[in-house]
Design a binder for this molecule. Sequence first.
Ligand SMILES: Nc1ncnc2c1ncn2[C@@H]1O[C@H](COP(=O)(O)OP(=O)(O)OP(=O)(O)O)[C@@H](O)[C@H]1O
Ligand SMILES: [Mg+2]
Length: 256
Amino acid sequence: MDNSGSVIILEDVSKKFKTKSGEDILALDSVSFKVKHGEFVSIIGPSGCGKSTLLSLIAGLEMPSKGNVYVDGEKVTGPNPSKISLMFQEHTLLPWRTLLSNVEFGLEIRGIPKEERKEKAMKFLELVGLKGFENKYPREVSGGMKQRASLARSLVLDPEIILMDEPFGALDEQNRIILGRELTNIWLKIRNTVVFVTHSIREAAYLSDRVIIFTKRPGRVAKEIVIDVPRPRDFGDDKLARVEKEIFEQIFDSKQ
Ligand SMILES: Nc1ncnc2c1ncn2[C@@H]1O[C@H](COP(=O)(O)OP(=O)(O)OP(=O)(O)O)[C@@H](O)[C@H]1O
Ligand SMILES: [Mg+2]
């Protein structure tokens, strides 16, 4: 197997959970795939097929029942927050801190001096379009703005890998498209490796270099689609529409 350039490798990974009643649930079944350095990969598949579980395995928050996960050539044995940052559907901002001090939080933990911290946090708040809102508290801003702040908080740590679990899933379609576009623009500047879980076929096609489609539970890789459309992309692009159709058909098939 040629692993050169791969920053994330899943090798025949299965994950079984025990329910409270003692029953076994197979969430993921023999999943193998690789993600290259600087690649933007989306994961799409039916609810309950193990997408969030997959991110937890890459982040080292859960261990596989079978198979191995490697990050940067090393077997994952626990969380590695210096390399990997996570972003979720619901913002995880601290309500008692302003947006600025939320973005500074991770830097504070790393012991970065106050001035440098502020400078970095302001740079990323500006990048996500929140300049002028830095002194607001999470309750004072909209859902979209909270997700922008969460994004800034993930990016400011300059992680090698960002794992995003339906980060725009709670937003309305228009905000979702706007944030998707902005995420692409930011990503083109920073080029971190991104694994992005979404339920939106359109979002997956628009954002990704490659989309990995999963079957219903137990989640297996049903198909991988490479999206060879140069950026900046257009939401109405014909090529993207064809990719969307391909994803749609595959998801529909795997539900039979
Ligand atoms: N800690 C756990 N204990 C028991 N079962 C779990 C646990 N975590 C996940 N599961 C089960 O594993 C399966 C996969 O869950 P997971 O949350 O990864 O799915 P998902 O694809 O992210 O779904 P959704 O699209 O709804 O977010 C589900 O059946 C879920 O109930
Ligand atoms: Mg999930």
